[in-house]
Write a protein that binds this ligand. Structure first.
Ligand code: AHM
Ligand code: MG
Length: 336
């Protein structure tokens, strides 16, 4: 069987679009190279003195691990030089990251979570880079402003993730289906392994940190109880799977179906809107989910319709198969 590299796949898709200039391919190629560099270092994390905390805290007040900082630096360094961006934002940086004057600019904007799930690195659990790409409608050759960047997920031109696990996988969409590529380390290329991924319409798995049960609202408690006994006769319950690493939990949901949830909770005011960030986590994964035939919701509204007010805004997230996400929305509307 002929093997299709991610670059060939990108070029093929670019050819289908008459307005394509190749700049988007350049952007994704740079992103892929950054992903390969991060993958190399994640793979040897146990070998070198790179695991452990840096001793500082990020904008969310969480401890930053060395590999998070490394991944963030690699992405900023490479992508600033790509010549196609007018601004970036990272989960690890408080403010918008400008493209310095010495580099050429383009109208794309890149938002990313450099290494999501990094608390899992020390125990060899999958982690991932999540990315979201927007276009600046007001681009005039200079940088992007905050208001240029605070756009709803529905305007994303591409989104995806690179998961560093037993193998390194790139999953992305440009609004034309979802495609997965596996890194072949012997040739250093991502090869098409999962063309046209679709989420099963209904699944058998729910995924949530159930330790927070006491802090959830009534609709979330009701839906989780329902997953344990969906037919009301103590018949077949859903299975529970929770890795605690969003990219890994989402990747399983994408392939097997079912639902991943990170609801709002009342543990502390910072988590009253959930834990996950709209622009770096929820929106890009929501675009993938919808492109794969699934759904993503806060329980009350579609994730992709939310207009962000802040780069680091958090949002409750229910994402996966249509059937289960609809069930959640029905439960929420009962309580409205
Ligand atoms: P991070 O961006 O600081 O890595 O945090 C996000 C991670 C997700 O990967 C995961 O879904 C979630 O936090 C797990 O949180 P919890 O430990 O509260 O269940
Ligand atoms: Mg994260």
């Amino acid at each position: 069987m002929p093997q299709v590299t991610v670059t060939e796949h990108l070029l093929l898709h670019q050819k289908q679009s008459p307005s394509a200039t190749g700049r988007f391919t350049m952007l994704l190629n740079e992103l892929i190279l950054a992903g390969k560099i991060i993958s190399r270092d994640v793979n040897k994390a146990g070998l070198v003195d790179i695991v452990g905390f840096t001793g500082t805290e990020n904008i969310q007040g969480e401890k930053v691990k060395k590999l998070d900082r490394f991944a963030n630096e690699v992405l900023i360094h490479r992508m600033e030089r790509a010549g196609v961006l007018c601004g970036m934002a990272s989960e690890e940086n408080a403010d918008l990251i400008p493209i310095r004057d010495k580099f050429p600019k383009g109208d794309y904007m890149l938002l990313f979570d450099p290494l999501d799930g990094s608390t899992n690195i020390d125990v060899n659990i999958n982690v991932g880079t999540i990315f979201s790409i927007l276009r600046n409608k007001n681009f005039d050759g200079s940088g992007a402003s905050l208001s240029d960047m605070l756009r709803p997920g529905v305007e994303q031109v591409a989104a995806g993730y690179i998961m560093y696990g037993s193998s390194t996988i790139l999953v992305y969409t440009t609004g034309n289906g979802v495609h997965g590529f596996t890194l072949d380390p012997s040739v250093g290329e991502f090869l098409l392994s999962h063309p046209n991924l679709t989420i099963p319409e209904k699944g058998k798995i729910y995924s949530v940190n159930e330790g927070y049960w006491n802090y959830w609202d009534k609709p979330t408690q009701e839906i989780v109880s329902w997953f344990k006994d969906p037919d009301g006769k103590r018949g077949a319950p859903y299975s529970l799977r929770y890795i605690g690493s969003l990219v890994a939990d989402f990747h399983r949901t994408l392939i097997y179906g079912g639902i991943f949830m990170y609801p709002a909770d009342n543990r502390d005011p910072a988590k009253s809107k959930g834990k996950l960030r709209l622009m770096y986590e929820a929106s890009p994964l929501a675009m993938l989910a919808e492109q794969a035939g699934g759904m993503a919701s806060t329980g009350k509204r579609r994730i992709l319709d939310i207009v962000p007010e802040d780069l680091h805004q958090r949002v409750p997230l229910f994402i996966g198969s249509r059937d289960e996400v609809q069930k959640i929305q029905e439960t929420y509307s009962k309580y409205a």
